[in-house]
Design a protein around this ligand. Structure first.
Ligand SMILES: *Cc1c(COP(=O)(O)O)cnc(C)c1O
Length: 397
């Protein structure tokens, strides 16, 4: 039995979830991060801020997103499967929930220039979109490899007026783009806000991003109550890159211990293949991008280059909240390979008429690996739509 107290999964005043978190930053960034630490909660709680945020989430992002009972998938697995349709958010993924929030916060901090890193390009597109809406300069760092495999999103960012800067070091993917963004922030500490796209980075980013994404589980509770008479499902399943859609989908269920939380990582070519991004299985405690968490590293602490077919999961770490959920056993961590994700992506497209992002397809695969009881209620966070992945899907058609 777990003897969990209320709020055992909330960040503490030092920015830690259990053993993980904190703010490990170069001295040059200290004033920026300190300002955020001191002000984020206060700003987020201001009535005027909340009013503007809620209005944008409703009228611009299109919230609440539907909770859809996927009948054919439900029938196949002998259990009720509901899909939380974050793919229907403006720009096609959950990322914009956080972007809208952080831009409003940046404006209140007097920042005029916005930088971001992006993997699949969804966070870059979401950032470029809201920068266009608010008339702010936008620079997006993106790995050269991701620029190639996510061409439609690169074009969207450019169309929206953002500058896309290739990251050409390391594996030329998300980790390297993040390094470039941090470097930019160090060089432009006064006028620039760095919008991190997942629940990673130094405190307060993991908590701030989780709070902005927590709208997902807030809505799930209300919608389930309406549809089933109970606000609690038996399972919530979400894919994990850095972990922001999962954090949002889990957030309001963290203290409801009857709800089984399932985090799905990318196993790439297989967990033991040397080409994987299954951080919880392969990672050890270490520091990456400003916080202590689990990360894939060699014996002497060099970051291991990750691999996943989906750019959004191709990251060697997970956010500190997820490292804590893994260590305490509050969430079960599972994984899907590239091939399994592709197969699940095709299956959902043809049984429900919804083309999921390759990231999300990993979460769908897990239905095949789990056994359910007939009256279980499963919610899958459908984190994004698959338009950006069509070229990859087509190679396997
Ligand atoms: C970015 C992205 C992910 C992975 O990021 P998290 O922070 O783990 O949510 C998953 N799905 C989609 C559609 C994405 O765009």
């Amino acid at each position: 039995m777990m003897t969990t107290q209320q709020n055992n999964f909330a960040v503490n005043e030092h920015g830690y979830y259990g053993d993980f978190g904190g703010a490990f930053i170069p001295e040059m960034l200290y004033p920026n991060v300190k300002q955020l630490q001191e002000q984020y909660l206060q700003i987020m709680q201001e009535p005027a801020f909340q009013q503007e945020l809620q209005q944008l989430l409703r009228d611009y992002v299109g919230r609440p997103t539907p909770l859809f009972l996927a009948e054919r998938v439900s029938e196949k697995h002998g259990v009720k499967v509901y899909l939380k349709r974050e793919d229907l958010c403006h720009t096609g993924a959950h990322k914009i929930n956080n972007t809208v929030g952080q831009i409003l916060l940046a404006q209140r901090l007097g920042k005029k220039r916005i930088i971001a890193e992006t993997g699949a390009g969804q966070h870059g597109v979401a950032t470029a979109t809201v920068c266009a809406l608010k008339g702010l300069e936008c620079i997006v760092y993106m790995g050269e490899k991701d620029i190639e495999r996510q061409a439609p999103n690169v074009a969207r960012m450019q169309m929206l007026g953002a500058t896309v800067v290739p990251a050409i070091s390391g594996s030329k993917t998300l980790k390297d783009a993040t390094n470039e963004a941090i470097r930019d922030w160090i060089n432009n500490p006064v006028d620039t806000h760095y919008i991190i796209g997942s629940v990673v980075g130094p405190h307060p980013y993991p908590d701030m991003v989780a709070r902005f994404q927590s709208i997902i589980s807030e809505e799930i509770k209300k919608q389930l109550l309406e549809k089933t008479g109970s606000e609690l499902p038996t399972h919530v399943i979400a894919c994990v890159g850095g972990g922001s859609n999962a954090a949002g989908a889990f957030y309001h269920f963290l203290d409801d211990l009857s709800v089984q939380l399932v985090a799905v990582e990318a196993a790439g070519c297989g967990i033991d293949s040397g080409m994987s991004a299954a951080t919880s299985q392969l990672g050890k405690p270490g520091i990456l991008h400003g916080s202590k968490s689990l990360l894939m590293q060699t014996e002497d602490g060099q970051v291991v280059e990750p691999h996943s077919i989906s750019a959004g999961l191709d990251y060697p770490g997970i956010g500190p909240l997820h490292a804590h959920l893994f260590k305490t056993g509050r969430a079960v961590f599972m994984s899907a390979t590239d091939e399994q994700a592709l197969k699940a992506g095709f299956e959902i497209s043809r049984t429900e008429g919804i083309i999921p992002a390759l990231e999300t397809a990993h979460a769908f695969h897990i239905l095949n690996e789990m056994t359910f009881r007939k009256d279980d209620v499963v919610v899958i966070c459908l984190s994004g739509r698959g338009d950006k992945d069509l070229a990859t899907y087509m190679k396997y058609l």
